[in-house]
Design a protein around this ligand. Structure first.
Ligand SMILES: N[C@@H](CCC(=O)N[C@@H](CS)C(=O)NCC(=O)O)C(=O)O
Length: 339
């Protein structure tokens, strides 16, 4: 009898612990009063603190948008910097509520690592950077080259695949953190540096002499970067997915931070009225207020605004929209209907 009571108690404890790490993330976040967002340790344009220590970037905007959706306040975020290797354990252990950290959606991360990707906020691909003085014009000329790369990334795996597929000899020089990899390349310890093309654009801005370096034309992989949650809490996954989708839909309908209030008051478009909480009660379906989408757009603007502000042509990264343009303008950004 005593044994079975103890056994039952242990089972409850196990269930409670498992439950804590899985279902009920929204309740946990609400009770804590702050969102714990897993970001990079610093990648210009995507997630990095500015000189006043304020976190900024396309990924950081997702953290702010989710906080705005839940609390109506984009400042209710604790940013938890994670390097490539640490990020998955931090998510699994519950240290962060989700990852907004240039993380590629891959089969094994989705299945084996038991993560769910709630969408793609940047369609990317891997590239190479070399010093201009090396006079290399194509990645195919990198046979025998030493390449600085960060461990725990798809980058490291694609690099090996690419050299193998092209029968080239590779001397990869592997680092734990991105800063070390970039620094080593900048110090001349490697002929080339490889990461996501968006990362190359960001990292080039912080090299000693950015203009002495060139990004090669080859893109050797698909890197769909997006927010990730743990398996097992579908409602939480929905919240992250529809936060990103709200930003995309807002762009489709031309809703901006500047015209948001006017649109809310005057738009006769039924989908816009539902989105901004004027009609229906769609927010409740995810356990959020009816004004959650309004709060997201108020906080960070639409997807295009966030893109241009953080990584666009007028920023040091100078990235064109490319694949990240709306579907209606030839890109891949597409959100399901809001009804
Ligand atoms: N998208 C790739 C690479 C992501 C990645 O971690 N990239 C590096 C280089 S741009 C980075 O952001 N490092 C920053 C850090 O470790 O904090 C992946 O998901 O594995």
């Amino acid at each position: 009898m005593r044994k079975s009571i103890l056994g039952a108690a242990a089972a409850v404890l196990v269930l409670a612990c498992a439950g804590g790490a899985k279902a009920g993330t929204l309740d946990d976040v609400k009770a804590r009063g702050i969102l714990q967002c897993g970001v990079t340790t610093g990648l210009a344009g995507f997630g990095a603190p500015d000189d006043k220590g304020t976190w900024k970037g396309l990924d950081v905007d997702l953290c702010k948008a989710v906080a705005a959706a839940i609390f109506g306040d984009p400042s209710k975020v604790k940013y938890i910097p994670l390097n490539a290797k640490e990020r998955f354990t931090a998510l699994q252990s519950g240290e962060v509520d989700f990852l907004a950290r240039n993380t590629t959606w891959t089969y094994s991360r989705d299945t084996d690592l038991k993560m769910d990707f709630a969408g793609v906020n940047y369609y990317d691909g891997q590239g190479f950077m070399v010093r201009k003085a090396l006079n290399v014009k194509s990645a195919k000329e990198l046979n025998g080259a030493s390449v600085c790369v960060q461990t725990g990334t798809t980058t490291e795996l694609n690099l090996a695949d690419y050299f193998r597929a092209n029968k080239m000899e590779l001397k990869s020089v592997v680092f734990e953190t991105n800063e070390q990899a970039r620094q080593a390349y900048d110090d001349g310890r490697c002929d080339a540096y490889t990461t996501d093309a968006s990362g190359l654009a960001g990292e080039r801005t912080v090299l000693k002499n950015p203009d002495d370096n060139v990004i090669l034309p080859e893109i050797i992989s698909k890197e769909p970067l997006g927010p990730a949650v743990r398996h097992g809490d579908n409602n939480w996954g929905d919240i992250i997915r529809w936060t990103l989708d709200t930003m995309i839909i807002a762009e489709e309908f031309g809703i901006t931070q500047a015209n948001l209030d006017d649109t809310k008051q005057n738009s006769q478009n039924p989908e816009v009225r539902r989105l901004l909480g004027v009609e229906g009660e769609l927010g409740k379906m995810m356990g959020l207020g009816n004004d959650y989408a309004y709060n997201i757009i108020k906080a960070v603007g639409n997807y295009g605004e966030s893109f241009e502000r953080n990584v666009g042509l007028k920023t040091p990264l100078r990235l064109a929209r490319g694949l990240n343009e709306l579907w209606s303008k030839g890109g891949l950004m597409y959100a399901p209907p809001y009804r």
